[in-house]
Design a protein around this ligand. Structure first.
Ligand SMILES: NC(=O)c1ccc[n+]([C@@H]2O[C@H](COP(=O)([O-])OP(=O)(O)OC[C@H]3O[C@@H](n4cnc5c(N)ncnc54)[C@H](O)[C@@H]3O)[C@@H](O)[C@H]2O)c1
Length: 249
């Protein structure tokens, strides 16, 4: 087990990439805080406990500093340390740029980008005290490698996460904290299937991917485990693409 007794927080872990990541971290021995705005967190906690690991459900909205401080507080109360933070919570509401309103922009930026900032700030005092921490931010190929139609706000937020990752990696290196990002391509999650017009349409889209397969949540979860483990101790400030070759064409 690569993460025995490490304590991890995963935001947006009620479903999709976040849920699979929470389970993968637990399989490697981590104690996991499952956080999301939905009640699905309780089911995920049960699944982790069934694996023989410990877990805690914390219902929280990452765009609220009150909530993100609460996640850190409850984690410390139960598990006494915070080793790993996975900033995964995110939304991708498609809308043509010409119809996009200020509130659409604010909503996406406050969850995807400000949420990453707030969760990181909330765990920092603990990670600095420990002189140890692994922060993994879920960005996207959209905004960092390519554009994506009807997602101007999303592309801006995900490019922002990649920039945040580079900057934070430099500021936090002296405290023994690694900060990295992952840029997934098309991953088959409940959110993405709905956004891409259903399973059939998403499978058709998969034919445009060189590896001819949609990415699965476990593909990203395995990469998170690597970045959360000491196998990646010399990596910081990077944004690693996992997209089946989609943006290599
Ligand atoms: N699926 C893809 O193809 C893909 C590609 C690139 C990047 N991503 C990124 O991966 C991450 C996870 O996406 P997914 O595909 O699993 O999506 P999903 O919609 O299936 O799951 C996202 C989870 O985040 C939660 N969430 C939303 N707003 C929140 C908030 N304010 N506070 C806390 N939790 C909140 C949702 O309730 C949901 O459980 C997102 O950041 C997304 O942008 C996904």
């Amino acid at each position: 087990m690569k993460l025995k007794n490490k304590v991890a927080i995963v935001t947006g872990s009620g479903q999709g990439i976040g849920k699979e990541t929470a389970l993968a971290l637990a399989r490697e021995g981590a104690k996991v805080v499952v956080s999301d705005v939905t009640d699905k967190i309780h089911e995920v906690v049960k699944e982790i406990e069934a694996l023989g690991s410990e877990a805690l459900a914390v219902k929280a909205n990452v765009s609220s500093s009150k909530d993100t401080e609460e996640i850190a507080k409850k984690t410390l109360k139960k598990f006494k340390r915070i080793d790993i933070l996975v900033n995964n919570a995110g939304i991708f509401p498609f809308k043509p740029f010409v119809e996009m309103k200020e509130e659409d922009w604010d909503n996406v930026l406050s969850i995807n980008l400000k949420g990453t900032f707030l969760c990181t700030k909330a765990v920092l005092p603990t990670m600095i005290k420990q002189k140890y921490g692994k922060i993994i931010n879920i960005s996207s190929i959209a905004g960092t490698v390519v554009g994506f139609p009807k997602l101007v706000h999303y592309c801006a937020s995900k490019a922002g996460i990649a920039g945040f990752t580079r900057g934070a990696a430099l500021d936090l290196a002296e405290y023994g904290i690694n900060v990295n990002a992952i840029a997934p391509g098309a991953i088959e999650t409940p959110g993405a299937v709905a956004a891409m017009g259903g399973k059939k349409a998403f499978q058709q889209f998969a034919q445009t991917i060189p590896l001819k397969r949609l990415g699965q949540p476990i593909d990203i979860a395995n990469l998170v485990v690597f970045l959360a483990s000491d196998d990646s101790s010399n990596i910081t400030g990077q944004c690693i693409v996992s997209d089946g070759g989609l943006t290599d064409q």
